[in-house]
Design a protein around this ligand. Structure first.
Ligand code: PXL
Length: 268
């Protein structure tokens, strides 16, 4: 049977980030995509001009409807927007019977704040302890850990610090830290490094969403966490390298990029 994955996130009408990126990525990995909307943005590749939060009871009802019917094999969160949405997702997450990937979406690639400051504590204290993996970028890892990050060692320390809040696994995305765009994973008391290739381009809009969606899709297909991260990172790298060059600003990735594994990592 085809595996399903659910994203609980925001809409990007320009199609590069948010639930649009998540659904395209799920589909590309052969996973049936479901989406519960937490907020709407008004944006294009030049920037975000408005954000409208979805009422909490509607977020809850969307999740309950989906969970009672087409049960996802993995779930991810993206932009949740505020404390109420985080509380609702955290509450329902205690009943999830599948992996939960939290992309904390506090600061977008373009530098826009996408989460109210008072919600950051709810993210750290309520949602992170319930997730299988959290995937902060450097700015988010600094907010969550309370420490500034200047290099790969700092990213590793921040991952350990966030792990100490009771989070199972923490993937700090290196992005611009070094020439290999190395990501650091804290898992079971150890650090694991995922070097990649830094690509000099402005077309990275939605790369965080796409990365966490690819990890979620692979978890839904039964991959273990480390092979899922390795394969998802390779996909995102190919998607950035072959970005279609759309839009007048920071353009989207190529969600049609190959998902082919360049290693053997599937556990099932
Ligand atoms: O990439 C973070 C992100 C998540 N969700 C939505 C977004 C963005 C960035 O623009 O628009 C809806």
């Amino acid at each position: 049977m085809i595996a399903a994955a659910l994203t609980i996130a925001g809409s990007d009408p320009s199609g590069g980030a948010g639930i649009q990126a998540d659904l395209k990525t799920f589909h590309q990995f052969g996973v049936y995509g479901e989406a519960a909307l937490a907020l709407l943005t008004v944006q294009n590749t030049l920037g975000v001009s408005a954000i409208e939060l979805i009422p909490g009871r509607i977020i809850r009802q969307q999740m309950e409807a989906v969970l009672a019917d087409i049960r996802p094999a993995a779930i991810k969160t993206g932009a949740l927007g505020g404390e109420e949405a985080i509380q609702i997702v955290a509450e329902l997450a205690s009943g999830f019977e599948c992996p939960l990937v939290v992309d904390p979406v506090m600061v977008s690639t373009s530098g826009h704040r996408l989460l109210a400051a008072d919600a950051e504590r709810a993210m750290r204290d309520l949602l992170l302890p319930r997730c299988t993996l959290v995937t902060p970028n450097i700015a988010e890892a600094q907010i969550l850990s309370g420490a500034s990050i200047a290099d790969l060692q700092g990213a590793g320390r921040a991952a350990e610090q966030i792990g100490s809040f009771g989070v199972t696994a923490v993937l700090v995305k290196g992005g611009h830290l070094d020439d290999n765009a190395t990501d650091v994973l804290y898992l079971d008391g150890a650090l694991h490094y995922f070097p990649g290739k830094r690509i000099h381009t402005q077309h990275t809009h939605g790369s965080g969403c796409t990365y966490s969606a690819a990890i979620t899709a692979l978890l839904a297909k039964g991959y273990d966490l480390i092979p899922a991260i390795r394969s998802a990172k390779a996909f995102v790298q190919r998607a950035i390298e072959t970005a279609p060059g759309l839009g007048r600003g920071k353009g989207p990735l190529n969600h049609f990029a190959s998902t082919a594994d360049d290693f053997t990592g599937a556990s099932s």
